[in-house]
Design a protein around this ligand. Structure first.
Ligand code: ADP
Length: 663
């Protein structure tokens, strides 16, 4: 799948943002962990410093009590110096214990046995300001008072920071003197602060401004120093206890490790969530795909058109059920089958092979399809119409050909049938023409032959009556024989006309006056009218134009219509029997170049159901009728371009009318 550049950029920028976020989150995590660790260490050292101050305070109080005990002791039995020496031995933090009078003059003093006398060099005068200050506090508070610490230089070049403690000596409620104990600050730290506190730390006394007075502990330097300060508030003097701890800066590695594990956990959860989402999306796509496939399969299975796909080597890669049904092979027999295909008739393998080679060379087949012949599994050949189209895959490359195959054998069979029946029809039509000609001839010849026969009978009668000797009768006789000649000639013309008509030759058209046509048929019409007792009326205006027609055939039409009209009136004895022949310009159009001929009778009329079949050949209601008259009339009129119709006459009977064109 290809993405546009903008889309790609957005994708990448999102990833970048995500990485940045994760990175900053991890950094924050590491930093916070470091901070937490530092605060833990700081809290611990603060607590330790406060513990140390409490320890010192407790020890100082206890020491003050010990000194108090020294004062209350009975001075008579045990000398003061001995008690003081014991105390000094027990308390290494004391450098010296002095008994002073109210003016602070030293009455007795004991130095610590653990070191050379500290004050030997400088001496201890009564007016030493630190002692004066301490005792002033002690006197004021009637309890222990501390003096400001001072530096006492020693012989070895080093010095000792000393702080004096002054306790008032009260005898019988009277202040009688002071006990002064000198603390070495360094020893205080050594002896009063718990050894476990001092082990990993540096404990020191400093002044409020930070000047270091005494120090104890490991003076180790690490990359980071944690410091806690606690105030040691004593009556008369205030010092600061400072505790320093060294600790390497919080280790980065464990924190980074924690952060990495956290990040990996987050990443894992994220990946899981993404996987779940991806899975869901995949499942949806899969189900959509399955739906689409099912739909496509249903569509392919429902097709009646055979579908066949072939790869670029001509192997069959797909066939649908319709194709299998068409060729009679199962899909598994066809799939993967190369050239020649099993449904190729063996006799056409060469031809099809060439066509296939052309197709594989990339020649596109004609759009309208190719007709071919396939062979069913049973060996039966059948005609097919094949439409081929290139098979294009998802990346636009042609991978083969897809063909739609139509079984046109049924169509071919129907075409064959229709051709055969057409031929049969034509043969039948030719036979029918022969029959029609014979029928027409017999029909049309009936009249002249009947006329000839009746003229001949008349002539015979005349001859038997001795007409040869009677000039008047012999004239009638010659006229009758002349008529016989005319009718025979007419019969000949009828035969020719009917023959021409049946052969559909162009008839000899001529311009004839309507009157002439009527006059020509009148002798025969009158002859029949006389026989049937019918009166014939003719209405023909003198100034009518001529008509262009085949004279004999039109006369035949007039004769047929007249005879039908008279026959319709023959059984009716109650009404008048009048047949009217008329000609007039066709009324439908003023500028018409048509003349309308009508033959009207007062006969029985034409019933509805008969009217429908009137012009059907061989339809007749008469015993001796042939049912060809009206059919012939209509054919003749229509060949002239005219129109034959009929409608009821008033008050009864029927009017037949037809039109003929003017020249
Ligand atoms: P045919 O006269 O030999 O019966 P036609 O084709 O001339 O054959 O006429 C077909 C039928 O039409 C006749 O049998 C008759 O019933 C009917 N017919 C024709 N002309 C008339 C008419 N003028 N009046 C009543 N019926 C008619």
């Amino acid at each position: 799948m290809r993405f546009p550049a903008r889309h790609m950029w957005r994708r990448w920028s999102l990833w970048l943002l995500l990485v940045l976020l994760v990175f900053s989150m991890l950094s924050t995590l590491v930093w916070l962990a470091g901070r937490y660790e530092v605060s833990q260490v700081q809290t611990r050292i603060e607590r330790d410093a406060s513990d140390a101050v409490t320890d010192i305070r407790t020890a100082l109080t206890r020491n003050a009590q010990s000194l108090q005990a020294l004062q209350f002791a009975d001075r008579t039995s045990v000398p003061w110096a001995q008690d003081a020496a014991n105390l000094v031995r027990e308390h290494r933090e004391w450098l010296r214990i002095e008994w002073r009078d109210l003016d602070l003059n030293v009455i007795a003093a004991v130095d610590t046995p653990f070191r050379a006398p500290v004050f030997a060099r400088m001496g201890r005068s009564a007016k030493q300001p630190e002692v004066v200050q301490a005792c002033a506090v002690a006197k004021r508070q009637s309890g222990p008072g501390y003096g400001t610490s001072s530096y006492v230089p020693q012989k070895d070049g080093l010095g000792v920071e000393v702080m004096d403690l002054c306790l008032p000596v009260i005898t019988d409620g009277q202040l009688t003197g002071y006990t002064v104990a000198s603390y070495a600050l360094h020893e205080m730290l050594v002896n009063m602060v718990g050894p476990q506190l001092a082990r990993s730390r540096e404990v020191s006394f400093t002044e409020a401004d930070g000047t270091r007075l005494a120090m104890h502990g490991t003076s180790r330097r690490g990359s980071r120093v944690f410091t806690a300060r606690q105030l040691l508030d004593l009556p008369g003097h205030t010092m600061v206890l400072r505790m320093d701890s060294w600790r390497a800066a919080p280790d980065l590695f464990p924190n980074v490790l924690t952060a990495l594990v956290t990040a990996m956990a987050i990443a894992l959860v994220t990946v899981l969530v993404m996987l779940a989402r991806d899975m869901r999306r995949r499942q949806k796509v899969e189900s959509d795909l399955a739906d689409a496939l099912a739909f496509r399969k249903a569509m392919e299975d429902s097709l009646v058109t055979g579908l066949r796909a072939r790869d670029s080597e001509g192997r069959i890669t797909y066939v649908n059920p319709a194709f299998c049904e068409m060729v009679g092979f199962e899909a598994k027999e066809l799939l993967g089958h190369g050239i020649p295909a099993p449904y190729w008739p063996p006799e056409r393998i060469d031809e099809y092979g060439q066509r296939q080679a052309l197709r594989l060379a990339g020649n596109a087949p004609p759009r309208e399809g190719v007709e071919s012949v396939f062979m069913r599994k049973s060996g039966e050949r059948f005609a097919v119409l094949i439409f081929e189209a290139p098979l294009i895959n998802a990346v636009g490359t042609q991978t083969g050909w897809m063909s739609a195959v139509l079984d046109i054998s049924e169509q071919r069979r129907v075409e064959e049938l229709s051709r055969a029946s057409q031929e049969r029809l034509q043969a039948t039509a030719r036979l029918a023409t022969v029959g029609e000609m014979a029928s027409l001839l017999s029909h049309e010849l009936n009249q002249p032959l009947a006329a000839i026969s009746s003229y001949a009978t008349g002539s015979m009668n005349l001859l038997q009556g001795g007409a040869l000797h009677d000039p008047q009768l012999s004239e009638t006789l010659s006229s009758a024989i002349q008529r016989i000649g005319q009718q025979a000639e007419r019969a000949g013309k009828v035969i020719k006309s009917v023959h021409d008509f049946v052969r559909r030759r162009d008839q000899a058209r001529e311009a004839v006056a309507p009157r002439t046509l009527l006059d020509d048929v009148m002798p025969l019409v009158s002859l029949q009218a006389r026989k049937l007792g019918v009166r014939v009326e003719v209405r023909c205006p003198p100034d009518l134009p001529q008509v262009l027609c085949d004279r004999t055939m039109v006369e035949q039409v007039l004769l047929n219509l007249s005879r039908n009209g008279m026959q319709a009136m023959v059984d009716d004895s109650t009404h008048k029997k009048v047949l009217t022949l008329a000609v007039r310009p066709a009324a439908s159009n003023a500028v018409s170049r048509w003349l309308e001929f009508t033959v009207a009778d007062l006969g029985c009329g034409i019933a509805e159901e008969i009217s429908e079949k009137l012009f059907t050949p061989f339809f007749t209601t008469k015993d001796e009728g042939m049912g060809l008259g009206l059919s012939l009339c209509r054919t003749v009129v229509e060949q002239h371009g005219g129109f034959l119709s009929h409608h009821p006459n008033q008050p009864r009977g029927t009017v037949f009318s037809f039109t003929l064109p003017q020249p």
